[in-house]
Design a protein around this ligand. Structure first.
Ligand SMILES: NC(=O)c1ccc[n+]([C@@H]2O[C@H](COP(=O)([O-])OP(=O)(O)OC[C@H]3O[C@@H](n4cnc5c(N)ncnc54)[C@H](OP(=O)(O)O)[C@@H]3O)[C@@H](O)[C@H]2O)c1
Length: 266
């Protein structure tokens, strides 16, 4: 028996595509994906259709995964409300809160709101999820299984925490990629050929991530391990760790993103 029961995936873009690939690795029962672009089916167990009207009659998903852009929610969600009798809705849409989705799916709908991130594409994501009222333990477990297929999963009771989660881990990969960009640029400024600068920056960021993942030590200790007294790294960190530099900049960036997530809520 497939580990993942029948799923209706609504929106097979970057995130939806990554999720369905993860489910297939775990064994996915016959499922349907809806996307107007009608991308190629990821495998024989998935039928891809262009609109809600084309979903085969009688298809009974255990979960409806909402992976469209938030701006498409108002037109899209009501088209799938009819599955609410038996299915749990799992939304990964940024800024769409449980109350707003219940307004589009029906007051009795069982809805889980989750915030993943793009390392989901290599099954290294982190998703933080919050279950709405009426979600049964079995439905919550199913959503956990669906999200665990793309990385780590954590649950919060307080939906308000999804705004800072969006700021920290939802957008976090962008900040790490910015670091890779800036390291590459600074290397070129110091005379390193562009190809080598790119290789060094990429491998430093990805290798440090792998070390962090493999280590039981805190990030702070791993940093100290690179920092010899009076050495070169210490000189660089003196610039980066000035209060107005990274400590304040990162705090302000996360606060700004959290505030923006609250503004978008609805
Ligand atoms: N990317 C991230 O870092 C990230 C992180 C966390 C959460 N999210 C959330 O994940 C969701 C998907 O993001 P994404 O980056 O995967 O976006 P995406 O690549 O644009 O994927 C969305 C897909 O949904 C399709 N679509 C539009 N209207 C539809 C409809 N009525 N029915 C079915 N499919 C429809 C889009 O087709 P068209 O291109 O034709 O519109 C597109 O293929 C968003 O809500 C976003 O907030 C994204």
């Amino acid at each position: 028996m497939a580990a993942i029961p029948p799923i209706l995936l609504v929106g097979m873009g970057k995130m939806g595509g990554a999720m369905i690939a993860g489910w297939r690795e775990r064994g996915l029962a016959a499922s349907v994906a809806v996307d107007p672009m009608r991308p190629a089916a990821p495998g024989p167990e998935v039928i891809v259709v262009a609109s809600a009207d084309e979903i085969p009659a009688g298809f009974k998903p255990a979960a409806v995964v909402l992976a469209v852009k938030p701006q498409n929610a108002a037109e899209t969600l009501p088209l799938h409300a009819r599955f609410g009798g038996s299915a749990v809705f799992l939304s990964i849409m940024a800024g769409k809160n449980l109350a707003g989705m219940a307004g589009l799916l029906g007051a009795g709908a069982a809805i889980v709101r989750a915030m993943p991130n793009t390392p989901a594409a290599v099954r290294q994501g982190i998703t933080v999820a919050c279950a709405g009222p009426g979600v049964t333990p079995a439905q919550k477990q199913l959503c956990d299984d669906l999200l665990a297929a793309i990385g780590k999963v954590a649950w919060v009771e307080d939906e308000g925490l999804i705004d800072p989660v969006t700021a920290v881990s939802g957008g976090g990969p962008a900040y790490v990629f910015l670091l890779a960009e800036l390291l590459e640029k600074a290397a070129i400024e110091q005379g390193i050929p562009a190809d080598l600068a790119r290789l060094m920056a990429r491998q430093t960021v990805s290798g440090s991530g792998a070390l962090l993942a493999a280590s039981t030590e805190d990030a702070a200790q791993l940093r100290v391990n690179v920092t010899s007294p009076k050495g070169t790294t210490e000189r660089a960190l003196a610039v980066l760790m000035e209060q107005a530099a990274w400590p304040d900049a990162i705090s302000r960036a996360i606060a700004a993103a959290t505030a923006r997530s609250r503004e978008l809520a609805g």
